[in-house]
Design a protein around this ligand. Structure first.
Ligand code: SAH
Length: 255
């Protein structure tokens, strides 16, 4: 059986308990070496083959999985963050289905959650934004036309840009073109969230491009944008003494 496991954003203790248990039981591990912290491999039993998929094709990864099945091993396919985001897992799952190889998926802490913790920030602030847009600049993988960054930016929502730090200046231009963000809208580059090398570079949309260039950050970083990084917000109704809800009667509630 193949287990797709989310490794979390970097810190080895941010994998889930289930993910760590599966790693400990695996007969082989195939990990996305460009982003997965190699320390996670110490959860596997000594001597278990660990293959870095960075230099492998989909076909080669599948061949390893098939070999694991023949040997009766459990294969852990370790993906960075949560496998459902930019993980190229769908093509693997479909190929496994075709081959009648059973699989399951264990979610992971995505880097956008790790980045919020690094700041620390809340994406969904009352009176500021109740929406988070997870997207990227087009690279070798194109982004569908309707999801053009300037179109998404028109919402003024909280945003996390994956795979885009190498194009930060261009991203800022598209974000401003949307009309809802301002040159002084707060932004941040979060490099290697939750790793020992973690760094947060606060900036604004006007300074985003130069910040990425000056700090020479091109990979393993997220760009966060939005007024959730600013000072202004409304306090929540949920914990407001005057507000009643299913679990609590508000002080000024006549009921
Ligand atoms: N599945 C992963 C994303 C894989 S795409 C997840 O859920 O996080 C790879 C991109 O994720 C990188 O280019 C970078 O933008 C982001 N990323 C991954 N790990 C990161 C980390 N620890 N800190 C900041 N960004 C990270």
């Amino acid at each position: 059986m193949v287990h797709f496991v989310g490794a979390g954003p970097g810190a080895p203790d941010l994998i889930t308990l289930r993910g760590a248990k599966l790693l400990g039981e695996a007969g082989q591990v195939i990990y996305a070496g460009s982003l997965v912290n190699p320390e996670l491999l110490t959860y596997a039993r000594p001597g278990v083959p660990c293959h870095d998929s960075a230099s492998l094709t989909l076909e080669e990864v599948l061949a390893l999985m098939e070999k694991g099945e023949e040997k009766g091993w459990d294969t852990v396919r370790l993906h960075t963050g949560d496998p459902s985001l930019y993980g190229a897992v769908r093509e693997q799952m479909d190929a496994l289905r075709e081959r009648h190889i059973p699989f399951d998926v264990t979610p992971g802490v995505s880097s956008f959650s790790g980045a919020a913790a690094a700041i620390p920030a809340e994406y969904t602030l009352p009176g500021v934004s109740q929406t988070v847009i997870l997207t990227r600049m087009p690279g070798r993988t194109p982004v569908p036309e309707g999801e053009d960054l300037s179109a998404l930016a028109a919402h003024g929502a909280s945003m996390a840009l994956f795979l885009s730090t190498g194009m930060a200046g261009e991203a800022a231009r598209h974000l401003l073109a949307g009309g809802a963000y301002r040159p002084d809208t707060p932004a941040a580059i979060v490099y290697k969230a939750t790793w020992p090398e973690e760094k947060v570079y606060p900036c604004t949309l006007a300074t985003l491009g130069e910040t990425a260039e000056k700090e020479q950050i091109t990979r393993t970083a997220l760009i966060l944008v939005g007024d959730f990084l600013g000072e202004e917000y409304r306090r929540s109704d949920l914990y407001n003494p005057a507000f009643s809800h299913g679990y609590r009667r508000g002080k000024e509630d006549p009921r």
